[in-house]
Ligand binder design. Structure first.
Ligand code: ZN
Length: 459
């Protein structure tokens, strides 16, 4: 909507009316009878004990497989009839699939049953996005899960909130404030993630404090940028009502979490999801990350030591069901001692969401080094940063410096990088006023250009 000609043609008040009207329309669709049914269901399923949760998962997977066997062309051919009583053995007759596979089989993965559905693309750093379809019930169910996460962060429906994500609320080319719009349909201040700079941060801060939201829902990079700036200038966020910051869509680093919590004066509730909707991780009232067992069925594949990759099976997706989908995202599951959470939920506890499996660089001696946010440990005066490795192997740490950034910080950053990557890898620290975003406005922490084969000269 934000990129339509209509939106662009309106003044700020007109844009706010349009956003409000659109939101009210969307709520009409999303928050009906079905929504309330899911909400009641999720209220209950979060308290299932281990055995009941396992039974719930088994039923949901069985229903999804049976549906696919009947209505989805690809699975009509490839999925055998249920031979055993064991649902998970039935599931495991299917191969693990990935994004490339889905792209290749897209046409035959859609249900033959006509369903009202929406499609959207997953963002990616390279190549075309993967188009995934969701039926209307899936959209509504997702809304119920998001609302449950908000409730865990002690937010109640209707309270003021700030939304600071990838929506193009103000045109990127616009240099004058405001970089935000008021959405009365949701009692929400929507802020642009595309206009952050040292010049505009004070304005963002004032807008937030004036609106005084109860929660801020944001890309980690947007809210961490503000927090870094406030910390560097010796300020604290002054909003009186803020209870929580809810982050999602980008990997949240420990450094980002620490600075947000310290400066914004509240806890961070991180959420992991994905447009494929095969897995979700939320944060409970006790600050623990939980792999949501009532959202999907997840198999964990060992990647490297304590790291595991999420392979997810959707429960209720009917327009385009995905089974055993390799997400490319890795997590670290809590060890047995820490696997129980005081909240009492049986959902497994996740120690950290590490991020994308391909968020690594290759050193001169061929090592693949991931979890690169360690490089920023103890670094101040940096609003945001990105690590890029070119095809030639050179690593550039691009940083957006704040006034307090100096040669000492640069040297420390280099030391940290050399410590992890070794002295033989060419590394450079580069400053920039702005770091590139994906088409959804997300900041990727690591970008690695794939080493190309030497092109043949024959033509
Ligand atoms: Zn918990």
């Amino acid at each position: 909507m934000y990129t339509t000609r209509l939106y662009a043609s309106l003044g700020i008040a007109g844009q706010e009316r349009l956003i409000t009207a659109w939101t009210r329309f969307r709520r009409l669709i999303r928050e009906g009878v079905l929504y309330r049914k899911y909400q009641r269901q999720l209220d209950q399923t979060q308290w299932l004990d281990e055995a009941a949760l396992a039974a719930y998962q088994e039923d949901a997977v069985a229903a999804a497989l049976s549906y696919a066997r009947r209505y989805v062309p690809h699975y009509r051919k490839s999925l055998s009839d249920r031979q055993t009583r064991q649902v998970f053995s039935w599931l495991e007759t299917l191969p693990v699939i990935d994004k490339a596979w889905v792209r290749q089989h897209e046409g035959s993965l859609r249900s033959r049953l006509p369903t009202l559905s929406v499609s959207g693309g997953t963002s990616g750093s390279t190549g075309s996005p993967l188009m995934v379809r969701h039926d209307l019930a899936s959209v509504i169910r997702e809304q119920a899960f998001v609302d449950r996460q908000r409730a865990w962060a002690s937010y109640r429906a209707g309270e003021r909130r700030a939304w600071w994500r990838g929506d193009l609320i103000a045109p990127v080319a616009r240099t004058d404030p405001p970089y935000w719009r008021l959405n009365k349909g949701e009692n929400m201040l929507m802020l642009s993630s595309y206009h952050l700079s040292e010049r505009t941060l004070q304005l963002y801060r004032e807008a937030l404090e004036r609106f005084d939201p109860v929660i801020i829902e944001a890309y980690p990079s947007s809210v961490a940028y503000l927090a870094q700036y406030l910390k560097a200038t010796g300020q604290q966020y002054g909003g009186k009502s803020l209870r929580a910051v809810l982050t999602s869509s980008e990997t949240l680093s420990t450094e980002q979490r620490n600075v947000i919590e310290a400066v914004m004066g509240c806890r961070v509730f991180n959420w992991y999801g994905g447009y494929e909707r095969v897995a979700a991780i939320g944060t409970c009232e006790h600050g623990r990350l939980h792999l949501l067992g009532d959202y999907s069925y997840v198999e964990l594949a060992e990647v490297d030591g304590d790291l595991q990759e999420i392979i997810g099976t959707a429960f209720h997706e009917r327009a385009m069901p995905l089974f055993r989908y390799r997400t490319g995202d890795t997590i670290e599951v809590a060890t047995t001692g820490a696997s129980r959470c005081p909240c009492g939920r049986a959902f497994p506890v996740v120690k950290t969401v590490v991020g994308r499996e391909d968020d690594y660089v290759v050193t001169d001696d061929g090592r693949h080094v991931g979890r690169l946010d360690h490089i920023y440990k103890g670094i101040e005066g940096v609003a945001e940063a990105q690590i890029r490795q070119s095809a030639s192997g050179e690593i550039v740490i691009a940083v957006v410096p704040l006034k307090s950034f100096n040669e000492g910080v640069r040297a420390r950053l280099m030391d940290n990088a050399v410590e992890r990557l070794g002295p033989g890898t060419p590394i450079r620290v580069e400053t920039a006023t702005r770091l590139p975003r994906t088409s959804n406005g997300k900041l990727r922490g690591v970008i690695r250009e794939v080493r190309q084969e030497t092109p043949s000269l024959a033509n």
